[in-house]
Design a protein around this ligand. Structure first.
Ligand SMILES: [Zn+2]
Length: 110
């Protein structure tokens, strides 16, 4: 299968999962954000890497992937993160780990 088809397939699955998780969190009345996860590969775009470990609303994630060519060849993912009413994460360890990964990546790809 050509890479382009595989990328499109990956993107369709990713958006479907994001929409499902947004709907699930609403139905359960959970306050959540989505942590952006870059593949942190040598070919990752700096604008994608810059989002690694940051929290966004589901709508912000959907909008970002729908913007210009952000979804093209993109291997980024996301993780649903429960937050307090004022948007503070309830799983700080996850963000700490993501930030450490990003720091290491930046040292290896200056
Ligand atoms: Zn990406």
């Amino acid at each position: 299968m050509p890479d382009q088809n595989r990328d499109d397939d990956l993107h369709i699955k990713r958006i479907k999962r994001l929409q499902t998780e947004i709907a699930d969190s609403r139905r359960m009345g959970l306050a959540v954000r989505f942590m952006h996860m870059s593949a942190l590969s040598p070919s990752s775009r700096p604008s994608h890497v810059a989002r690694h470990g940051k929290l966004f609303t589901g709508e912000e994630m959907l909008e970002w992937w729908a913007t210009s060519d952000n979804s093209k060849g993109c291997r980024c993912s996301f993780a649903m993160v429960p937050v307090t009413a004022n948007g503070r994460t309830l799983v700080p360890g996850l963000l700490t780990r993501a930030k450490a990964m990003l720091k290491k990546y930046k040292q290896q790809h200056p």
